[in-house]
Design a protein around this ligand. Sequence first.
Ligand SMILES: Nc1ncnc2c1ncn2[C@@H]1O[C@H](COP(=O)(O)OP(=O)(O)O)[C@@H](O)[C@H]1O
Ligand SMILES: Nc1ccn([C@@H]2O[C@H](COP(=O)(O)OP(=O)(O)O)[C@@H](O)[C@H]2O)c(=O)n1
Length: 252
Amino acid sequence: MWRRVASVSHLFSHSKSTKFNQGASTFKIWETFTSESEIPTPSKGSPFVTFVLGGPGSGKGTQCAKIVEAFGFTHVSAGDLLRREIASGSAYGSVILSTIREGKIVPSQVTVELIQKEMESSDNYKFLIDGFPRSEENRKAFEQTIGAEPDVVLFFDCPEQEMVKRVLNRNQGRVDDNIDTIKKRLEIFDELNWPVINYYSQRGKLHKINAVGTVDEIFEKVRPIFAPLSTLSSLFGKDHCEEWKFVPKEAS
Ligand SMILES: Nc1ncnc2c1ncn2[C@@H]1O[C@H](COP(=O)(O)OP(=O)(O)O)[C@@H](O)[C@H]1O
Ligand SMILES: Nc1ccn([C@@H]2O[C@H](COP(=O)(O)OP(=O)(O)O)[C@@H](O)[C@H]2O)c(=O)n1
């Protein structure tokens, strides 16, 4: 069932000028399709941001790949960006490496800057920001720098024992996929991630997904959350959806 609600955008109320809010329309149309699945539609000039939360090994990256394939998002993994920064030999590299090795959180300024660059260099307007925000500091830094709040927040809820098992089997040669670092990462997750999860839960943006089961079983719980996006494409046609893409100020 369709229900259309027009609301004044609160997304940019405290925003700085970025690629995404320059020339942005001052309103955002929200579409509600069913009482169970309620997500805002993308609007011209604003990115459609999904944060993907969950403990180490909860399956965030695996599910992101499925969402990208099904719904055309651009996947921005905070951990991958940090590892890429280390590999690039950047000035931050050694600090990032030791922080990751200790299972701690890299200063938000560094991570947000990397995310911002990645978003700015993409032609897409739909982003999955994976493994971020991992702390209230991360969350606030994103809001202040990028100037947007997420439209959707996914939280993959997985028992610790299962996360440990998956991380130890991941076998990607990561410096932090060993039992000592995993223990620290789980401690840090417990301490810093719950306030973020509670924050978005209180704002009605959180979709908590039981992350136990096969990859496909879990994706079947994720799919309905984004289904309204593909319904929009088929109803209005691809060209209409293309119009929602960000248009640089000078070109609009
Ligand atoms: N539902 C699942 N059941 C079993 N193993 C899984 C499942 N989802 C992911 N995995 C595996 O667990 C490991 C961690 O998954 P990954 O997506 O990298 O987690 P995260 O990004 O949350 O750290 C990977 O080796 C992946 O193949
Ligand atoms: N927002 C983030 C995300 C990751 N990280 C660091 O990168 C590490 C790996 O993160 P990841 O998201 O790739 O991996 P998982 O913990 O999900 O398996 C974390 O343990 C942190 O040390 C960070 O500091 N800040």
